[in-house]
Ligand binder design. Structure first.
Ligand code: SF4
Length: 297
């Protein structure tokens, strides 16, 4: 069975996810009428707090640009960081920034309504990535790496503009695991994402506070809080286009199937990313360091 055939089989089991703009018309059945945070919300907040503590993601005096796209991950990140800010022992500020990337039909107004009504500190920005991609990418080529580079560059510029020293991105546990597996399966590299990384040029630090949160928890909390899912309107991302990143889709679905046999597989894979035993791996740089070091690596 080749990859596409396996993918088709797995799709039959778990179905497809769609990305369409949706505004909840009535409260989610998961909403607690008392308004108190339930188990799910407490778990997500606890996981974010643990990531912040483990990797020293937020420090006294930080001013953090929170990148909000209108997708579930960024909504939950915005909500949880604000909840933590209110009760944190250190002082830090958040600026929630949204970029309209120029795709026709993008509902930036829906996002602005939510941040405005919620009393969040925010800025609405525009950067026409759609036009640049249309000009530079040849027909048939996938523009995602150019698009992502442009967005990262823009976010760094916006961090400077809004006097932020950090940028928070909404990558969650499943992104970390999938990236690690993609690198191992297709690239021949053991690497995932960095929870905290400072760029050499602008000295802006990128942080990923959702790294311990499962995607399913994020999806449920977003639904519970009633945030609208605002589709970016990129024809590639929003057209249920499995060809776009079929390898990631494949890994995602494979994990779902494996999870039926190994219920704790996600936690185990995430733990393994923080539990290396370099002396039992084949990286010659590590092994050279090991032979020159008195301490075991
Ligand atoms: S799917 Fe569209 S918005 Fe997403 S990275 Fe690719 S080109 Fe950019």
């Amino acid at each position: 069975m080749n990859q596409l055939e396996i993918l088709a089989e797995v799709s039959k089991i778990i179905g497809n996810e769609s990305c369409a703009t949706s505004v909840p018309s009535e409260p989610s059945p998961e909403v607690d009428p008392s308004g108190k945070p339930g188990k799910l919300e407490k778990r997500v907040i606890k996981n974010v707090a643990r990531a912040i503590s483990d990797f020293n993601l937020i420090e006294e005096g930080d001013r953090i640009l929170v990148a909000i796209s209108g997708g579930k991950d960024s909504w939950v990140m915005m909500y949880v960081l604000e909840e933590l800010r209110k009760r944190a022992p250190v002082n830090f500020e958040l600026v929630n920034v949204n970029i309209d990337q120029g795709y026709r039909g993008y509902r930036q107004d829906l996002i602005e309504d939510v941040v405005e009504e919620g009393g969040y500190s925010y800025a609405m920005e525009e950067f026409n990535i759609a036009n640049i991609v249309a000009e530079k990418v040849k027909p048939g080529d996938v523009p995602c790496s150019l698009c992502a580079r442009l967005r990262r560059g823009k976010l760094s510029g916006l961090a400077e503009k809004h006097n932020c020293n950090k940028i928070a991105l909404g990558h969650h546990m499943d992104d970390f695991i999938e990236t690690a597996l993609l690198n191992m399966f297709y690239v021949g590299k053991m690497a995932s994402m960095s929870p905290k990384l400072t760029t050499d040029v602008q000295k802006i630090t990128v942080i990923r506070p959702l790294m311990y949160c499962e995607e399913e928890d994020i999806r449920r909390l977003c639904n519970k809080k009633g945030f609208p899912i605002v589709c970016c309107q990129c024809p590639l991302a929003c057209g249920n286009n499995d060809q776009l990143d079929s390898k990631r889709v494949f890994i995602k679905r494979l994990l779902k199937v494996l999870e039926t046999k190994i219920p704790n597989i996600r936690q185990s894979l995430l733990t393994s990313l923080g539990n290396l035993k370099p002396s039992h791996l084949l990286d010659r740089n590590f092994l050279d360091q090991l032979s020159n070091s008195s301490k075991p690596l």
